[in-house]
Design a protein. Structure first.
Length: 265
């Protein structure tokens, strides 16, 4: 008895039509992706081109510096001269902090604000010390109580001349402010106060006379002088070199002629 061998059927492959259809589908998809990429590349390129042209329009050199807050101590011409090296540079590339630091080397200045104003302008706002007194040798005292040393201290200002130990400026200023109206009652003009390291006070009048008040009982000693001033020294204060109040019952006067004559009252 013979047996028959079972044959297996082979699967049929895609037809040529199916293959062409699949190929066309792949090609179509690739073309669509390519066109999309091309469109995006063109769009980005256009943006870059527009941005470059806009930047060329915006990126202009500095042609003008406008200064606000200038005064007789810091003039607009000084500021413009200091910032002259930055003129002609790109308004967007200049380092504003470097410009600010350069200006603050002037010790008259307490603050500087610099802003860009397109197309070609820089705006500079200044804040400066307001001096109220000379302080010591070469320094000034500001209305904020700060002692600062400008490069060139002006000597023609109508300011009192104060001096004292470190950090004593407010105490000396208060002494000056309180004593000036007291002396003015008898026609004396106070122009200077000096506080020694030991706490002694010297008062300078506009005539050049110095009142040596010492450390203690200032009000009592000064009142002793004021009580007799109209009858003794009024009209002759320009001849007085110094008045020493450091006596228990009176004061001594040193005259300008030879510096030896003294009169105790």
């Amino acid at each position: 008895m013979t047996t028959r061998r079972r044959t297996q059927a082979r699967p049929k492959g895609p037809t040529w039509r199916e293959r062409c259809t699949a190929f066309a589908s792949v090609v179509g998809r690739a073309l669509r992706i390519g066109m999309t990429v091309a469109l995006w590349v063109g769009f980005v390129g256009a943006l870059v081109l527009v941005a470059q042209r806009v930047w060329v329009k915006l990126d202009v050199p500095i042609q003008e510096i406008v200064v606000e807050g200038n005064n007789r101590f810091v003039s607009a011409e000084q500021v413009e001269q200091t910032l002259d090296p930055w003129l002609g540079r790109s308004i967007w590339e200049v380092e504003l902090e470097a410009m600010r630091a350069r200006l603050l080397e002037d010790r008259w200045l307490t603050g500087v604000t610099i802003t860009r104003q397109w197309p070609a302008r820089l705006r500079v706002e200044l804040a400066t010390h307001r001096p109220i007194a000379y302080w010591g040798e070469g320094a000034l005292m500001s209305s904020a109580g700060e002692v600062f040393r400008p490069k060139d201290r002006p000597e023609a200002l109508r300011l009192p001349r104060l001096a004292g130990p470190r950090n004593s400026q407010w105490a000396v200023w208060e002494r000056y402010s309180s004593l000036r109206p007291v002396l003015e009652q008898v026609g004396l003009t106070l122009v200077g106060v000096e506080l020694s390291p030991r706490g002694a006070l010297d008062l300078t009048l506009d005539s050049g006379a110095v009142i040596r008040a010492g450390r203690q009982s200032l009000e009592v000693r000064l009142q002793r002088l004021l009580d007799v001033y109209p009858d003794t020294l009024e009209g002759r204060i320009h001849l007085v070199r110094s008045i020493d109040l450091r006596y228990s019952n009176g004061f001594a006067v040193a005259w300008r002629d030879d510096g030896t004559e003294q009169a105790e009252k």
